[in-house]
Design a protein around this ligand. Structure first.
Ligand code: PAF
Length: 282
């Protein structure tokens, strides 16, 4: 395992690799790795000469201290997991002080309203924190390709825009959401669910998949009413939002326009654990 805890050491290693024109793939993570992360890692290994997995629980993207403290951390387990995939993977797991110096704060970005709804609305400042750390990682690692899961679709769109807007020379590659057998999207937070809540969590997939299947035959009013009633009957799940938005600009829509693509976005809480998901509708 090639574990780097300091950016200066990683930069030396990367400078040598780049002299040989090796292609570098980056998979940014906050650790607690699962099969979803591994699918990104495997794609990166296929498409690059070297793959770097960053493991850093980024404090500036949490607007809730409790959520930050609850975030699962186990670097040794993550490193062993990555080692079982390939001993060539480079892990970058810096300390907060190595990334942020003295001021642990997010920069302010213009996301052209991509952050106005869904996660951006319910987690104030979240995307400034994400963009801050991703920009740091891009500056340190200068990868050719960077891999992000579609489970965080709004994050993916925002990073694509960040790269375009700032002319950052990296290909941002979106990767399909990986799901459990019952449809629940893989997430580091799933391990926090008790057996009872884990079973109920499959309802998130059930409802968005229902919306996907019936999207062409139902009106928006029918869909929103159906979703509200669906959750009224499941007291264990607190619906934070359910939104249908246009896939590119991420603005919520009330009626369908021909040739536009739409996605359903959802965020819920189960016993305090916040889970999100989304799905393409057409
Ligand atoms: O999606 C995540 O795990 C995080 O938001 C990311 C991209 C690693 C930035 O901290």
């Amino acid at each position: 395992m090639n574990l780097f805890r300091e950016k200066s050491n990683l930069i030396v290693k990367l400078t040598n690799l780049k002299k040989n024109n090796f292609r570098i793939g980056l998979v940014p993570t906050m650790g607690a790795l699962h099969k979803g992360h591994i699918s990104l890692v495997k794609k990166s290994i296929k498409e690059n000469d070297y793959t770097i997995v960053s493991i850093f629980v980024n404090p500036t993207q949490f607007n809730n201290k409790k959520d930050l403290n609850l975030y699962p951390k186990n670097l040794t387990k993550d490193c062993n997991y990555l080692d079982s995939i390939s001993a060539d993977i480079i892990v970058f797991a810096p300390e907060i002080s190595d990334i942020y110096d003295k001021k642990v704060s997010a920069k302010k970005f213009n996301f052209y309203d991509l952050d106005k709804f869904m996660e951006g609305r319910y987690r104030k400042g979240h995307f400034n924190g994400v963009a801050t750390i991703v920009t740091h990682l891009f500056n340190i690692i200068k990868p050719n390709n960077a891999y992000f899961g579609e489970k965080d679709f709004q994050q993916l769109r925002i990073i694509q825009e960040l790269v375009r807007d700032n002319n950052i020379p990296v290909n941002v590659i979106g990767c399909q959401t990986i799901r459990e057998k019952d449809g629940l999207a893989l997430s580091s937070r799933n391990i926090k669910l008790s057996k009872h809540y884990r079973k109920i969590a499959s309802k998130i997939y059930e409802i968005i998949n229902y919306v996907r299947i019936n999207f062409s035959s139902m009106s928006f009013l029918e869909i929103y009413t159906y979703v509200e009633k669906f959750f009224d009957n499941i007291p264990e799940i607190k619906l934070e939002y359910f939104t249908i938005a246009e896939s590119k600009i991420l603005q919520p829509v009330k009626e369908k326009i021909k040739n536009k693509k739409y996605r359903a976005f959802i965020a819920v809480r189960l016993n305090g654990i916040r889970l999100i998901d989304n799905m393409e509708l057409n």
